[in-house]
Write a protein that binds this ligand. Structure first.
Ligand code: FAD
Ligand code: 2HG
Ligand code: ZN
Length: 473
């Protein structure tokens, strides 16, 4: 079928409002926010309901046309971007933005896949509840994208990843059938738990259209500190201390190297350094409690006092008031954008056991500095989960293209080191197109074989987001 004929069939389902034709608007659907990946498409469609998604997918299946699901397009692995063939159809969920229901007693919220994460957080808060997934991109990313990447972020330490926060799903399968698994049950042992196949599948097994998510009691007090440290080992030691003293009140524990903070101070307006001296590492620690007067400041200060006594911390400040809390988080959340402003960033989103982080950083830093003298290593992340964003920026005054040209070689150094610590080369961002080939070298062959079998079972003609996640061949 020709592209115009396909477009006509799709228009019959979604109407003019559901087809993107304006060239400027189209650009936003065909490349990612960093312009790291771009493609073209036969059509970009924006269905307004589950039935419309199913009809669109059915037409694509009949025509043998590949579908690329897209949410907020904030992903960091190129998973939502079509290829260059001009034959794929991008299905954006950005018109499916309904919060279907909130049940504060069952502690659940049911939302369509295109609902922006921040909207879910706000809808939960309006009922005195917490939806704890929290990402720097929460003003743009969608629940469908969060599910499909099994998103992590800063609340995982206490509440888990998106997988842990999900009770039920509604999914349009590659042939256009709708699986209604929208159950809000915390117990349901009736066989295989199919929702977990689609969570983290990056749109390769089906198109998520709605979800039932878990809610928690709202936090009514919190305490936040910014701590300067001499080494990554000190950060791990501090983590142990705070965990022991504060238990489950610990809701966030984020690490940043001085290089990361330098970039934010340079590029994010309104940010400022907090201590007179420069330190190699910083952590942001946050405690939360459902009681309004839980004495969290005192608890955090006691943990920090112990850290000073044991010579683990070099300097620290506990935030007083919400403006200061926001200022501390701005130093953390601004790193992605600030690094982007410094030219190409080569991203590596890895996990190793928390105890291995100091040795991992030391060994990998050494190897990279030997390979590229002057390389700027931007290490930060969710250290409480063992998850580091081990990102690289080119040496000052060097050529951007030449640096990008060494991406594979440098990734091998980082992933080789990750692997030697029994880690994972994708902690929370997924594989998308950026890591889909390299994963073959780091994942067990039998696991890959099982993944391929599942893909074949659900999508025998390979029409759901081809070229993503599974290695070629
Ligand atoms: P998209 O980018 O649109 O899509 C991501 C993948 O999911 C693609 O493969 C796409 O095909 C698929 N997909 C999207 N919607 C659907 C659907 N309805 N059904 C089936 N498949 C679908 N990620 C983290 O995990 N932790 C972080 O802390 C974090 N911080 C970030 C900070 C910044 C500043 C930025 C820019 C990104 C960050 N991310 C983080 C990455 C990104 O925001 C997450 O991966 C997010 O979950 C993607 O959501 P999205 O709606 O933008 O998905
Ligand atoms: C974060 O934790 C995100 O800030 C983004 O996962 C990481 O941009 C990155 O590499
Ligand atoms: Zn992250």
């Amino acid at each position: 079928m020709t592209v115009p004929a396909l477009t006509d069939r799709l228009r019959e389902v979604v109407g003019d409002a559901g087809l993107v034709t304006d060239p400027v608007q189209l650009g936003g659907y065909l490349s990612d926010w960093r312009n790291a990946w771009s493609g073209t498409a036969a059509a970009v469609v924006r269905p307004g309901s589950t039935d419309e998604v199913a009809a669109v997918v059915r037409i694509c299946s009949e025509e043998g046309t590949a579908v690329v699901p897209q949410g907020g397009n904030t992903g960091l692995c190129g998973g939502a971007v079509p290829d260059a063939s001009g034959r794929q159809v991008v299905v954006s969920l950005d018109r499916m933005r309904r919060v279907r229901s909130v049940d504060p007693v069952n502690q659940t919220i049911t939302v369509e896949a295109g609902v922006v994460l921040q909207t879910v957080q706000e809808a939960a808060a309006a009922e005195g509840r917490l939806f704890p997934l929290s990402l720097g991109s929460e003003g743009s990313c969608t629940i469908g994208g969060n599910l499909s990447t099994n998103a992590g972020g800063t609340g995982v330490l206490r509440y888990g990843t998106m997988r842990d926060l999900t009770l039920g799903l509604e999914v349009v399968l590659p042939d256009g059938r709708i699986w209604n698994g929208l159950r809000g049950l915390r117990k349901d042992n009736t066989g295989y738990d199919l929702k977990h196949l689609f969570i983290g599948a990056e749109g390769t097994l089906g198109l998520v259209t709605a979800a039932v998510l878990k809610l928690f009691p709202a936090l009514r007090s919190r305490a936040t500190a910014w701590v300067a440290l001499a080494s990554a080992q000190a950060a791990v030691d501090l983590f142990g201390t705070v965990r022991t003293l504060c238990g489950d009140r610990l809701t966030g524990f984020e690490i940043m190297s001085r290089q990361s903070v330098d970039f934010v101070l340079r590029h994010a307006s309104g940010t400022r350094d907090l201590f007179p001296a420069v330190h190699p590492w910083y952590v942001l620690v946050e405690l939360g409690d459902t009681l309004p007067d839980a004495g969290l400041d005192g608890l955090l200060e006691a943990a920090l006092a112990e850290a000073f006594e044991r010579d683990v911390a070099r300097d620290a400040v506990v935030a007083s008031g919400s403006a200061q809390v926001a200022a501390l988080w701005a130093l953390r959340e601004g790193i992605s954008e600030a690094q982007n402003a410094e030219g190409s960033s080569l991203k590596h989103d890895v996990t190793v056991p928390v105890t291995s982080i100091p040795a991992f950083v030391e060994r990998t830093d050494l190897a990279l500095r030997a390979a590229v003298p002057g390389i700027r290593i931007v290490t930060y992340g969710h250290i409480g989960d063992g998850n580091l964003h081990y990102n690289l920026s080119k040496p000052v005054d060097s050529d951007d293209d030449a640096f990008r040209g060494r991406a594979d070689e440098l990734a091998r150094i980082v992933y080789g080191s990750t692997s030697s610590f029994a880690g994972s080369i994708s902690a929370e961002h997924g594989l998308g197109q950026s890591k889909r080939d390299v994963i073959a070298d780091y994942k067990d062959g039998l696991e890959l074989e099982l993944m391929r079998s599942l893909k074949h079972l659900l999508d025998p003609r390979g029409l759901m987001n081809p070229g993503k996640v599974l290695p070629a061949g």
